[in-house]
Design a protein around this ligand. Structure first.
Ligand SMILES: *Cc1c(COP(=O)(O)O)cnc(C)c1O
Length: 297
């Protein structure tokens, strides 16, 4: 497993569908799910400069945060291990100390040390005073915020915009992407792309400010349109309408989605195309952010 040997550029796959013809739009999928066999999609992009910085500054250990099913913890455990770092994962929910999930089991196999904290304590994960205390207690590891969502994370995501522009020979009108922390959406915006972000969680309206806050130091900014109504009941919740959509997507395009992020984004995007959101002639690049190890089995 070599984190530093990704398959780049990731393919850009054109989709055909009668609803796209009717709306006169072109839809491409940026196959970030194929970037690396273990470190999926946007997590690879967000970790790249974080881990290069940690190497360059000769860090011993990486500290990061996530839930018990977090694709980011999974990716950090694998990439960190491959690059010779110790990794420490702060996990939301003390109940998981006695109750491993497949993600946490994988993290342990990759030598990640897990620390379980209450949901209350986890809320402080981005507070400076909390982090200062934690970092001191743990002998100063290199800090990567939840989701890999930091300025270094955005820098890695921005490279996807350049890549897609070169593949299409001109920049697309829009990128569509699922949002959890909003870091991937922010990275695309930081490269000047116009972004449609689809919240994977209920009450995702807060993402609007979170994304703008992440962009505070970037000069080039595209426009953001945030959709919050395609959450299917909330984070990591879904119904048969969504799983039926995933199945038919797989049949028609031979692309596997997962139910937490990418299926919700594509469902929302198709719905908006049908509802006439896009002007005729628009080109849309929808990002397949990966996450297939979390696929419903
Ligand atoms: C983590 C993740 C996201 C959310 O990315 P953010 O940058 O946190 O918004 C989207 N899709 C997949 C598959 C993910 O694993």
């Amino acid at each position: 497993m070599d984190f530093l040997h990704p398959s780049l550029p990731t393919p850009l796959q054109k989709l055909s569908d009668p609803i796209f013809e009717k709306a006169q739009v072109s839809v491409y999928v940026k196959r970030e799910d194929l970037i690396h066999p273990v470190v999926s999609g946007n997590k690879w992009r967000k970790l790249k400069y974080n881990l290069l910085e940690a190497k360059a500054t000769e860090q011993k250990a990486i500290l990061t945060f996530g839930g018990a099913y977090s694709n980011h913890l999974y990716a950090t455990a694998a990439a960190g291990n491959a690059m010779g770092f110790e990794t420490i994962g702060v996990v939301r929910g003390v109940e998981f100390a006695e109750n491993d999930t497949p993600t946490l089991r994988f993290c342990r196999e990759q030598n990640m040390k897990l620390q379980f904290v209450s949901r209350e304590e986890y809320k402080h994960r981005n507070s400076l005073s909390y982090l200062n205390k934690l970092v001191q207690k743990l002998e100063h590891p290199f800090l990567i915020p939840e989701g890999g969502t930091s300025e270094l994370g955005l820098k890695g995501v921005a490279e996807m915009v350049t890549e897609a522009g070169e593949q299409l020979e001109s920049p697309p009108d829009f990128f569509a992407v699922a949002a959890g922390t909003g870091g991937t959406a922010a990275g695309l915006l930081s490269a000047g792309a116009n972004v449609l972000a689809f919240s994977a969680l209920k009450g995702g309206e807060f993402l609007e400010t979170d994304i703008q806050d992440l962009l505070i130091h970037s000069e080039q900014k595209g426009n953001l349109k945030l959709f919050t109504e395609y959450h299917f009941g909330g984070y990591a919740k879904w119904n048969t309408e969504l799983t039926d959509f995933m199945d038919s997507f797989k049949d028609r395009f031979d692309i596997q989605l997962e139910q937490v992020y990418t299926a919700k984004m594509f469902y929302g995007l198709f719905d908006q195309i049908e509802k006439g959101y896009f002007e005729a002639g628009s080109t849309i690049v929808a990002v397949h952010t990966g996450g297939l190890q979390g696929l419903l089995k």
